[in-house]
Design a binder for this molecule. Sequence first.
Ligand code: SF4
Length: 291
Amino acid sequence: MKFRTLDELLQLCEAENKSISEVMIENQAEESGRLAIDEFAQMKQYYEVMKEAVHKGLTENTQSRSGLTGLDAQRVMKVVEEGTPALGGEAGRAMAYALAVSEVNASMGRIIATPTAGSCGIIPGVFISSQERFGWSDDALVKGLFCAGAIGYVIANNSFVSGAEGGCQAEVGSAIGMAAGALVELHGGTPRQAVHAVGLALKNTLGLICDPVGGLVEIPCIVRNGFGAVTALAAADMALAGVRSVIPSDEVIQVMYEVGTSMPEKHRETAKGGLAMTPTGKKIMDELSKR
Ligand code: SF4
């Protein structure tokens, strides 16, 4: 890749008058030795899987094997469609879709890791609900996935994208940053605004620990995806309105690295701390071990 930081990515975009997704498509094709059109076609398939996961999560039984989670997306969707959701319908829909995909993951269904399975709901939740709302074409959304991918590439190379390495800030946090930046581009914002959205979003999840109850990617992972989708919408709106990440986004990514490396092992996907070690978390773990 011709960039390693968001600042380098931004410089490329501004020098060549291209969007983040255009720069990413070119770079990825160069890196893989494949045609850009083939890269695009593959990403389009991934987007189809995301759409199928949303649909499945909203219409089928997503009870997980552990019995701990499932069908919450459908509960939220009912309130969005028939009730008076506190959030409002649009954000509520993004949240419900994110929950849907995460529940499909927990019930062993097919998802796309964005960037990981634990955080697989946020990008589909934001993208598919926005597509329905604004009538964007599939191709526009697929381009958006390349933008998200460029942001994820930078985060992965300068910090982490896995809970075992850097806590949940690295999984759910990264996904929120990726979704927020891409959403800015989809709305016609500049690459600079998209980069600000990443910094704004990441700041909100710094320090978030990884503490899955029973070691399963269910509690608190699923609801964090729902919250994550809403945060991504908020970060995109702030950036589009001209709010800047005063601490540059690359520096925020460095903070994520610093916080992740100093995070105790018990808060990095080991299920030895946090929510996993509450009295209820321990009881659940105990019951699961007896099965
Ligand atoms: S709590 Fe851990 S396993 Fe769950 S989504 Fe966050 S990083 Fe992933």
